[in-house]
Write a protein that binds this ligand. Structure first.
Ligand SMILES: Cc1cc2nc3c(=O)[nH]c(=O)nc-3n(C[C@H](O)[C@H](O)[C@H](O)COP(=O)(O)OP(=O)(O)OC[C@H]3O[C@@H](n4cnc5c(N)ncnc54)[C@H](O)[C@@H]3O)c2cc1C
Ligand code: FES
Ligand code: FES
Length: 484
């Protein structure tokens, strides 16, 4: 088996690597092949951020967890690690601010935090950032000893330092040589025209998107892939297209960009988006990957079901492209079983624009606020006229073998007043509509209780003058007020 050559730009020079197995992670390649041991391995599951690197250049650069990212997905790209930042002998503002604010103790987490701050510094283009922006930037990083205040202080002080004297730049003399983008050992097709026939030919090849689910199968279950088709370079699947009545989001659009596009017309999605994993996972993971993986506790599906989204499935059959639209709630058959045929790919997620009288309530309950998976996720999308429920859709996660639509509860409220009496009827129905299981995240009884309580929270939010949002509890600022 001749594996395609992998070329990546690191420390301002191109490295060419042979015989890199399709399931080798970028972290292993960095540490073991390139000896870039500044990048650490903590959890190997995307949770701690010790392995954070920045992938790509310019506006396409973003932080990712290298422990669950496949090495071949970095082919032709620049990979920046913490020690690159001070390659010219001067610490980068992200590093100097960490030093000056005593933001490192044992230091194990530090390279990962530095890379998250570097990513933030680049996005802010050297300008000041707020505490909220700093918190969002480090939402995928864990520190066990320093505590987060000094790290946040460092993040907010980066702009005060002189800009890096020599910005990291691609060497202009060398570029990654071409490799066959259709080599099925690790294919990197760039168009649907390449992707769909390739899928038809290699129906057993693993479809790789951001790898934030699949990477864990490698690091936790030691799975190998004989053939991989990586869809992240397919230009059509990276697009977000606005139409008069809907937005079409390509399957390879990152969770971060997809939620940002939805939040443009639906501000309620903004806070909900921040509850999805941490920033590097949101930047690497794709909307298509979340939907296709079909985890019963995935977060985008309850939202998309409530918004009335459809998925567009495409295949190459008899020399031409065929496609079909499927309502998202009909896409799932059973636990991780979907209607997707072996030669099909999920290519688009189509989301209708909001109606003028739409009210959207998105709730995610998890053990931790940041970077945690849902115990229960409930999204209620109602069209209300003077407290009268004209139409509604309810998407739920964490209560069945698949993400689900609460059709029985919808029927209780549709066409009725959104009154206390009807709410009670709907709560009773919702708590009986599904049979959740008990697991490490929550007991079945707790999940049922949550369903009723979340519906009540939506009712209270609708009827109260104040808005009930966990995100508005500024615990951090309260703490600071109490300090002398
Ligand atoms: C630390 C951490 C925190 C997380 N937190 C959350 C969270 O809060 N909420 C949540 O919902 N998820 C969470 N996840 C799960 C994961 O990030 C998401 O499911 C993500 O959207 C997966 O997208 P991906 O591009 O990484 O998919 P991949 O891992 O590349 O693929 C996932 C699966 O989908 C298939 N697939 C991907 N794209 C397509 C396509 N276009 N057509 C057909 N099949 C396809 C792949 O073959 C694979 O089986 C978390 C993961 C980690 C590691
Ligand atoms: S090693 Fe913990 S996120 Fe990668
Ligand atoms: S400094 Fe020790 S884990 Fe963060």
């Amino acid at each position: 088996m001749t594996l395609p050559k992998l070329e990546l730009l690191h420390r301002n020079r191109w490295h060419t690597l042979s015989n890199v197995p399709p399931a080798r992670t970028l972290l292993d390649l960095l540490r073991e092949d390139l000896r870039a041991t500044d990048t650490k391995e903590g959890c190997a599951s995307g949770d701690c951020g010790a392995c954070t690197v920045v992938l790509g250049t310019g506006e396409h650069a973003h932080s990712v967890n290298s422990c669950i990212r496949m090495a071949h997905s970095a082919h032709g790209l620049q990979v920046t690690t913490a020690s690159d930042l001070s390659a010219n002998g001067q610490l980068h503002p992200a590093q100097q601010a960490m030093v000056d604010h005593h933001a490192s103790q044992c230091g194990f987490c530090t390279p990962g935090f530095v890379m998250s701050l570097y990513d933030l510094y680049n996005r802010a283009q050297g300008h000041a950032v707020s505490r909220e922006e700093a918190m969002e930037a480090i939402s995928g990083n864990l520190c066990r000893c320093t505590g987060y205040r000094p790290i946040l202080d460092a993040a907010m002080a980066m702009h005060l330092y002189p800009p890096p004297s020599k910005p990291l730049a691609l060497p202009t003399t060398t570029t990654a040589s071409q490799r066959d983008p259709l080599d099925p050992h690790y294919a990197l097709p760039t168009s649907l025209q390449q992707l769909l026939p390739l899928r038809a030919r290699f129906a057993n090849a693993h479809i790789m998107a951001g790898g934030t689910d699949a990477g864990l199968w490698v690091t936790q279950q030691h799975r190998q892939f004989d053939q991989v088709i990586d869809i992240t370079r397919v230009s059509e699947l990276q697009r977000i297209e606005q139409y008069p009545h809907h937005v079409a989001i390509g399957a390879a659009v990152s969770i971060h960009d997809a939620f940002a596009a939805l939040a443009e017309r639906r501000p309620a999605v903004h806070d909900f988006a921040h509850r999805f994993a941490g920033r590097p996972v949101r930047q690497s993971g794709t909307l298509g990957g979340n939907v296709a993986n079909g985890s019963p506790i995935g977060d985008s599906m309850p939202l998309l079901i409530a918004l009335g989204a459809q998925v567009v499935l495409m295949a190459w059959r008899k020399g031409r492209v065929v496609h079909r639209h499927v309502a998202l709630e009909d896409y799932y058959l059973n636990y991780r079983k979907t209607v997707l045929a072996p030669d099909e790919l999920l290519c688009w997620i189509v989301v209708p624009h909001p109606q003028p009288d739409e009210q959207l309530h998105c709730f995610k309950v998890s053990k931790r606020v940041e970077d945690d998976i849902s115990s229960v996720c409930l999204v209620l999308n109602m069209q209300l006229q003077h407290h009268h429920v004209r139409e509604l859709r309810i998407g739920v996660g964490g209560v069945a073998a698949t993400p689900v639509r609460a059709v029985q509860t919808e029927a209780v409220l549709r066409g009725q007043d959104f009154s206390q009496a009807n709410l009670t009827l709907a709560q009773t129905c919702l708590m009986q509509e599904f049979q959740p299981i008990s697991d490490m995240r929550a007991s079945a009884a707790y999940r049922r209780k949550l369903l009723g309580n979340l519906l009540q929270r939506a009712w209270l939010a609708h009827h109260s003058t104040g808005v009930l949002r966990l995100e508005d509890l500024a615990v951090d600022s309260l703490e600071r007020k109490e300090l002398p």
